[in-house]
Design a protein around this ligand. Structure first.
Ligand code: SF4
Length: 308
């Protein structure tokens, strides 16, 4: 039995990247301190903020909501609200909606459910079938889903009066996104990953990611150790190049522990230069002529795929 490097109790995790073993209570403390440090260093939470949690019912979004609710329990100036987006993925989303509802009721957080069906007139499954039939198919279900989710996340947070929208994105999600943007050469999106918008736009609700420096496996273990009931099944539509990037990074990390942190840290060091290049290339935000949401084109990509 391996022992905790800090207290000698039974260890629950071996952090290869820093050569330490941690017991349950030291691990929980380490995760909460790290998330608090990320929040403080990036100024993610301001006085009087209303934080909307984009809660899917999976481990990341459930754990981040639990953690923020716990570490800011004495901040009367903050208020919280949560919402779940129902894409309409039979046999998958129904379970996570129930989990999300229960967690919100346990923590006393107001919860809303918004669906693709109400917003776009059809579920994701219906959209996929329709697009394939009309030969307008663009890539994978995730292309349609990801765009619509981000669009709704911003719009619904704003409608709920939130000043920030909190997502459960972890270190793995973060570097997968960075690698994908590099591979596609998408400087505009890459600059948005730096955490600072190129231009302030009051239609945008700032997105905060307190788990951005915490590996996915550790978020999962934290969720288990604090007793959260989370959805374990993966979405049946999960496919596309992003997941090949995920597998590549996991394989790399297994052979060279710490590579995920160094990828994220290099990106942070390059962030000012990336923002400069993006500014020079001049991606301007305007209002989409169809939906009125912020967009870099006359008609935003969400309207192009979902509303035309
Ligand atoms: Fe949507 Fe793809 Fe995520 Fe499933 S895996 S919820 S289809 S983005």
């Amino acid at each position: 039995m391996q022992k905790c490097t800090r207290c000698g109790k039974k260890a629950v995790i071996h952090r290869k990247y820093e050569g330490s073993y941690l017991c349950s209570s030291h691990f929980i403390k380490a995760i909460e301190s790290k998330a608090k440090r990320t929040i403080r260093q990036s100024g993610m939470v301001d006085r009087g903020d209303k934080i909307a949690f984009a809660l899917s019912g999976g481990k990341d979004s459930s754990a981040v909501m639990y953690l923020i609710n716990k570490v800011f329990a004495n901040r009367d100036d903050l208020s919280f609200v949560a919402f779940t987006i129902d894409e309409g993925i039979p046999g998958y989303r129904d379970e996570s909606i129930e989990i999300a509802k229960k967690l919100c009721s346990k923590l006393g957080i107001e919860h809303h459910i918004f669906s693709f069906k109400d917003e776009f007139g059809m579920t994701l499954d219906e959209k996929v079938k329709e697009s394939k039939k009309s030969k307008k198919w663009e890539g994978t279900a995730c292309t349609y889903c990801g765009l619509a989710r981000r669009w709704m996340m911003n719009k619904k947070s704003r409608e709920l009066g939130a000043t920030k929208v909190c997502v459960g994105m972890n270190l793995d999600d973060e570097i997968q996104g960075i690698m994908m943007d590099y591979l596609k050469g998408d400087i505009s999106r890459l600059s948005r990953m730096t955490g600072e918008p190129l231009s302030k736009n009051k239609l945008f609700v700032s997105r905060i990611k307190p788990f951005r420096d915490i590996p996915e496996k550790e978020v999962g273990l934290y969720a288990i150790l604090v007793g959260l009931d989370v959805q374990e099944d993966e979405c049946p539509n999960l496919e596309g190049p992003r997941f090949r990037v995920r597998d590549f990074l996991n394989e790399f990390e297994a052979n060279s522990p710490g590579i995920k942190f160094s990828t994220a840290n290099t990106f942070k060091r390059l962030a000012p230069a990336i923002r400069e290049v993006a500014k020079k290339e001049g991606t301007k935000l305007i209002k989409c002529t169809k939906c009125g949401e912020p967009s870099s084109q006359k008609v935003c990509k969400t309207c192009e795929l979902w509303k035309q």
